[in-house]
Write a protein that binds this ligand. Sequence first.
Ligand code: GDP
Length: 440
Amino acid sequence: MFESLSEKLESAFKQIKGEGRITELNIAATVKEIRRALVDADVNYKIAKEFTDTVKDKAMGEKVLTAVSPGQLMVKIVKDELVTLMGGEEAVFNAKGNPAVILIAGLQGSGKTTFSGKLANFLKNKKGLSPLLVAADIYRPAAIDQLKVLGGQIGVDVFSEPENKDAVDIARKAVAQARSLNKNVVIIDTAGRLAIDEAMMNEVANVKAAVNPQEILFVVDSMTGQDAVNTARAFNERLDFSGVVLTKLDGDTRGGAALSIKYVVKKPIKFVSSGEKLDTLDVFYPERMAQRILGMGDITTLVERAQAQFDEAEAKKLEKKIRKNQFDFSDFKQQLEQIKKMGNIKDLLAMIPGVGKAIKDIDISDDAFKGIEAMINSMTPFERANPDVIDGSRRKRIASGSGKDLNEVNAFMKQFEQMKDMMKMMNKMPMGGKMPGMGG
Ligand code: GDP
């Protein structure tokens, strides 16, 4: 995410890093590069210019500060300005009502339906609400089916009337049904078109007037850069939406949309979405995004993702097994499954400061664990629970069962042994050698 922007900003900071102090001259060179980096990331020129003018003024104003180096000072000023540009504080999302109505709008293909599923899952699991999903796309029967499939996966009811060609009527009925079913939040997935279209705008505006939503979220594909910003402007003029959802941040996004939308439409980004897994919806925090753009990682989000998968009782059980040196292949497999649930692996690794840049050209797919899982799956339950019994002939069988060669199985067994040795060592450490992320 935003790799090219991060790289160019870093190179801009290099201009000033070795300098003893900030001068008119070196600041001008740095600021020029920052502006070019922003424009290359598809940030509108006017925004980029205003941004760098502010950065320059601030840097010049602070030149008397000698405690920090000019390089550090620039990074801090740019970070603060990025945060401001993206909205400053975290925006409020209002899901209070009887029921609260959340209207989802955007172009076709922007990720509305996927987002609706993610939001329902988020409100159900993280906020303890009881959502009803509503399929109000009256043109594409496939969209109704898609929402039903998503609803099934997350255990959320979906309201639809495939024969009804009146989106306003569907929305009204859905809200009434939510009331009678004691659902406290209704998420209405509306129809999109490939481009801005008067009929579509009218329809969404009519739905809005009929159900009086607490939130109107405009969903936009971040890969579309400046187009995303223009579409946002058009939707906002018509709908006066309450927030933006940026999708597909897992792709090769340059950053223009994330950086310009708030400035242009004066509405905050409320959620970001990366990937198609339904449990990886992130609340948008300008501060964390700015840190990621500047290559500082995003440990806070990483920890939150881990906590979301974290089960206190399971962790205690695991810790006990580790203490007794009984950690086995079943535990290992379970750990892998938890990590996978945290989201796209490359995305996770990139949240660790400094790692994003190092792995940007390496292809790390979510299949990275497949080989390991295949090997564990080829073990018998007895072998999984008793790793020590896995001798040469068992290894051969595991290799052929998992489609791996014997060397790979041997290497994996060795790694597992090393891991156990490390656990043993940690057990002997003072403080009980607490494992990071395993609580206790
Ligand atoms: P809609 O037409 O606006 O309802 O869009 P959909 O939810 O059907 O999404 C369009 C396509 O984008 C589908 O193939 C989705 O799987 C995909 N998609 C949606 N959100 C994301 C995302 O955050 N990342 C990626 N990589 N793909 C996404």
